[in-house]
Write a protein that binds this ligand. Sequence first.
Ligand SMILES: Nc1ncnc2c1ncn2[C@@H]1O[C@H](COP(=O)(O)OP(=O)(O)O)[C@@H](O)[C@H]1O
Ligand SMILES: [Mg+2]
Length: 318
Amino acid sequence: MQNEALLGLENLSIHVGKVPIIEAVSLDIRAGEMVGLVGESGSGKSVTALSVMRLLAEPPMKIASGSIRFDGHELTSMNETDLRALRGEEIAMIFQEPMTSLNPVFTIGQQIREMIRLHRDVSKRQADQQAEQLLARVGIPSPATTLRRYPHQLSGGQRQRVMIAIALACEPKLLIADEPTTALDVTIQAQILDLIDRLRQETAMAVLLITHDLGVVSQHCDRVAVMYLGRIVEYAAADELFANPRHRYTEALMRTIPSTNAPGDRLPAIAGTVPQPANRPSGCAFHPRCAAATARCAQDIPPLEGDTHKTACWNPVT
Ligand SMILES: Nc1ncnc2c1ncn2[C@@H]1O[C@H](COP(=O)(O)OP(=O)(O)O)[C@@H](O)[C@H]1O
Ligand SMILES: [Mg+2]
């Protein structure tokens, strides 16, 4: 039991019509673990996250094959009533722009209290107290005052702390954080990640941290999955991945991390962009952007292979 994953995606494929958006994705997260899911915009990170919450726009999206197991339940076949009980209660999610998830016409206090009372049988006064404690826990300096404020009266960093407080209200077993710090400046970004990391250590909550920035995951994640055009191309322990990247795409992403470049250097973005899923290149989807591509790379899709360090590359970094 100790080693059984809390969340396990297995061979998950999601299609729009006949076009695969996510292909054969396998990923697992154990209790208390933080796993990073990394890749440029358009890689399929958010679709993966939404599939776990079963919040995909179905249709046009459809789970074509594979399974999503969470804490002993199969989510791909779960009915909407059971799914609703799971969301917010056992699995919580925070997004990039908290302004869109907070209701502008209600105070922070009203919104946190509503979340608490939705899931717990407590009085208004108890919910008030819990809301204040939650805000203190996520590092809001004057919780009582903040409870009376409206979302637009807070900074972006404070709004994200409030979203984390709302996510924590029900003590979820899994937190999915989809680009939670992308809209924030670097200092606030580091504070929010430290906060998420501290909370997961305190509560043994598992975290799926989604980001386009490999630098963001380097300090906090136990394991990292690198995604490109709907497929996981590399999956390893974070230390191992950063010490020893094998996939050419991971290597290219690493060159875009600020700390690995001389200060003042303009970061070299990877030339080109992620193709649309409908125009998937043959073979390894990264081959048209890869300096090390060989003839084989344009022909065959490389399988994701390896024991604890998995890579899908015909010509890996050695
Ligand atoms: N509702 C949708 N209908 C059709 N295609 C979609 C839909 N949502 C996302 N996609 C496509 O799925 C791919 C992956 O998107 P997404 O998961 O948002 O990427 P990421 O989060 O990594 O930036 C993109 O090519 C995007 O255009
Ligand atoms: Mg996204």
